[in-house]
Design a protein around this ligand. Structure first.
Ligand SMILES: [Zn+2]
Length: 175
């Protein structure tokens, strides 16, 4: 109750997260955070669109957030749906096709680091979405270039519970 009252008048989250909607990957629970700690945007496949970028710009410009994590995970259904649609040469059903279109470019960038296409594409997609945020103009790219914002890519392992940072650009990559 004390914490609720503390943040009722204003929020100062220390990080923002763009996370997959998967029910097994709630960032507040994974990182053991409470009210007012994380600014969270979630969508299946942790993909970037204008509404998400607008949300994150708000977090950076108006809430003082200096760290954004794109958090994807093992066995992501949105990535699976993309692979299946592409392999079948067919469109996904309904609005899912929009997610497929957003994830599809990661197929070309996928490395076989995880030993299978599903995990390789998931990792490539996480890195790609982080890169899109890092280069998003106006605002996010400007903060990154000024050294005032870091965008990191994380992959959550459903089996072990560990989050691994994916990119060489971050100091703790592959730790
Ligand atoms: Zn997912």
């Amino acid at each position: 109750m004390e914490r609720r009252l503390q943040v009722a008048e204003g929020q100062h989250p220390f990080a923002a997260i763009l996370c997959c909607s998967d029910s097994r990957v709630p960032p507040e629970i994974l990182f053991d955070q409470g009210l007012g700690d994380l600014f969270v945007t979630r969508v299946a496949g942790n993909v970037v669109d204008d509404e998400l970028i607008g949300s994150l710009e708000y977090a950076v410009e108006h809430l003082g957030v200096r760290l954004i994590m794109v958090l994807g995970h093992e066995r992501c259904g949105a990535v699976r749906a993309t692979l299946e649609a592409v392999l079948a040469g067919a469109e996904a059903e309904g609005h899912l096709e929009h997610l497929v279109k957003a994830i599809e470019p990661a197929l070309e960038e996928a490395q076989l680091a995880y030993g299978d296409a599903w995990e390789a594409v998931a990792a490539a997609n996480i890195e790609r979405q982080a890169s899109l945020l890092r280069h998003s103009r106006p605002i996010l790219a400007e903060f990154v270039e000024a050294g005032e914002l870091e965008v990191v890519a994380g992959r959550y392992d459903l089996d072990s519970g560990w989050v691994t940072l994916l990119e060489a650009e971050t100091e703790e990559a592959h730790s």
